[in-house]
Design a protein around this ligand. Structure first.
Ligand SMILES: Cc1cc2nc3c(=O)[nH]c(=O)nc-3n(C[C@H](O)[C@H](O)[C@H](O)COP(=O)(O)O)c2cc1C
Length: 191
């Protein structure tokens, strides 16, 4: 079966640089023969995780949908902004909801054994690199194999063409390459 990749940004901003970035990597993965589902976390609004709310009302519908998407895919392409030297709460909140087990379900079923590739974009000089340290750490703790290659795009406000591609063709190729590498890794795992 063809591997499947779920791609999304850790930003809900309409003009998000990270949404543009992950779309480029997603295209690279598609061109390498993988099926990619590109989603926007803005389409899955979730309440701030609260264990009382969970006990009283259960998993919100959007949490169920998001978790099913994770379960149904083999790989994750994630482009995350950096907020105050870490990654945004919207991404952590989504991960927290998706990590919750349904009764009788194996632990961390949405994460264990998945393979992820990370990237980031920021108007700053470090390109959001510091946030990726934390994303890598928590995904690893959840049982995700996070591939070593990652790219942080600095000065992101000057980096993109109006059509969403990167102005620098070499950079564009490197981001597409991130998607391709993940696709090839998954293909080997499934062989
Ligand atoms: C609360 C907040 C904190 C931020 N902290 C950082 C930071 O620590 N490092 C950084 O490079 N950019 C920081 N930024 C700027 C973001 O990189 C910038 O808003 C970026 O465009 C967000 O990503 P997006 O375009 O994908 O939404 C911060 C922005 C916000 C709103």
């Amino acid at each position: 079966m063809m591997p499947r990749i779920l791609a999304f940004a850790g930003s809900t901003r309409r003009e998000s640089f990270n949404k543009k970035l992950v779309a480029i990597a997603a295209q690279g993965a598609r061109e390498a023969g993988t099926e990619v589902t590109l989603i926007d976390l803005k389409d899955f609004p979730l309440p701030l995780f609260d264990q009382d709310l969970e006990a009283e009302q259960g998993m919100p519908e959007n949490g169920k949908k998001l978790k099913k998407l994770f379960i149904d895919h083999d790989g994750l392409l994630i482009a995350s902004p950096e907020y105050n030297s870490s990654f945004p709460a919207v991404l952590k909140n989504a991960i927290d909801w998706v990590s919750r087990p349904a009764p009788g379900e194996p632990s961390l079923v949405a994460f264990r054994g998945k393979v992820a590739t990370l990237m980031s974009a920021s108007p700053g000089a470090l390109g959001g690199l510091r946030g990726l340290v934390h994303v890598r750490s928590i995904l690893g703790n959840l049982g995700v194999i996070v591939l070593p290659d990652q790219i942080a795009v600095a000065q992101a406000h000057e980096a993109f063409n109006p059509d969403g591609t990167l102005k620098d063709p070499k950079r564009q190729a490197r981001i597409e390459g991130l998607g391709r590498t993940l696709a090839e890794f998954l293909a080997k795992l499934k062989a």
